[in-house]
Design a protein around this ligand. Structure first.
Ligand code: NAP
Length: 259
């Protein structure tokens, strides 16, 4: 299926590895021109070279922290008019809410709620003027089904989801859609870190705990980042113009509900 976005410009945040990179790769395969961002210069430049070599796409890597105003200015200077925006940033650390300070909460709210809103604010009116836009926010399955050790994520992302739900209904008549992808457990560095903390809390070894958790998923495994990237590319497709304000769980069916 040709997704009809060849030649479009995409800004993909937090994309040197993991889920952001998978989204960038899937968009690059569709012939999208990419600007990709991460904080570590060497890593994002390497990712840019590898994605360009594998897909033939034009890739501009930018080393910046998207959670700061300066970082976002740098990114938007490189890609001022994206047709596609994938918001993403590192998730907050796991822990016990009794230990979290106000500063910890503000950091999580800034990274996982205010940063995507700022990026949307900077780009959505251009998309409306050009009558095409696809915005995908990478959030978390924890928005629907909270993970106790990730309380900072559960809270901050719920705020983002509420805001985007309203905006998505205003922009869709201009062919600008806004949707959220909710990852369950995907095989990334982040998953290894979070499972390490959970294993310790449960008094178990990390590798054994991971095997146990994978087996508990209805799919009997964790998700593969490429599966996530392809779902993102579909939501960014020309064909997906009637899908907006949705929260798509990619979790192997771990969240048990009838619909
Ligand atoms: P990951 O493998 O740790 O990759 C994170 C990527 O984000 C890296 O490229 C990192 O590069 C970049 N990054 C982090 N903070 C950044 C910042 N402030 N500005 C720019 N780039 C930044 O993580 P992941 O598993 O792909 O997770 C992506 C998001 O999905 C996170 O918010 C995570 O909480 C959420 N999530 C993941 C899972 C899962 O199973 N993997 C499940 C639920 C939710 P630098 O460090 O160089 O900046």
């Amino acid at each position: 299926m040709d997704l009809g976005i060849k030649g479009r410009a995409a800004l993909v945040c937090a994309a040197s590895k993991g889920l952001g990179r998978a989204c960038a790769v899937s968009l690059a395969r569709e012939g999208v021109r990419l600007t990709i961002v991460a904080r570590t210069a060497g890593e994002i430049e390497r990712a840019g070279r590898e994605i360009a070599a594998d897909t033939g796409a034009t890739v501009t890597p930018i080393a910046a922290d998207v959670t700061t105003a300066e970082g976002r200015s740098k990114v938007l200077a490189a890609c001022p008019d994206p047709d596609i925006l994938v918001t993403n940033a590192g998730g907050p650390p796991p822990g016990d809410f009794r230990n979290w300070t106000e500063a910890d909460w503000l950091k999580a709210i800034n990274a996982n709620m205010l940063t995507p809103i700022a990026l949307v604010k900077a780009t959505v009116d251009g998309m409306i003027a050009r009558a095409f836009g696809r915005i995908v926010n990478i959030t978390s399955a924890a928005v629907k089904s909270p993970i106790p050790v990730l309380g900072l994520s559960n809270g901050a992302r719920a705020g983002l989801t509420g805001f985007m739900a309203g905006l998505a209904r205003e922009t869709v008549r201009h062919n600008v859609t806004i949707n959220n992808l909710l990852p369950g457990p995907f095989e990334t560095d982040r998953l290894l870190r979070v499972m390490g903390v959970e294993a310790e809390k449960a008094g178990k070894g990390a590798a054994g705990y991971r095997r146990e958790q994978a087996a508990l998923n209805p799919a009997g495994r964790f998700g593969r980042p490429a599966e996530f990237g392809d779902a993102c590319a579909y939501l960014c497709s020309a064909q997906a113009g009637f899908i907006t304000g949705q929260n798509l769980m990619l979790d192997g069916g771990a969240f048990r509900s009838t619909f």
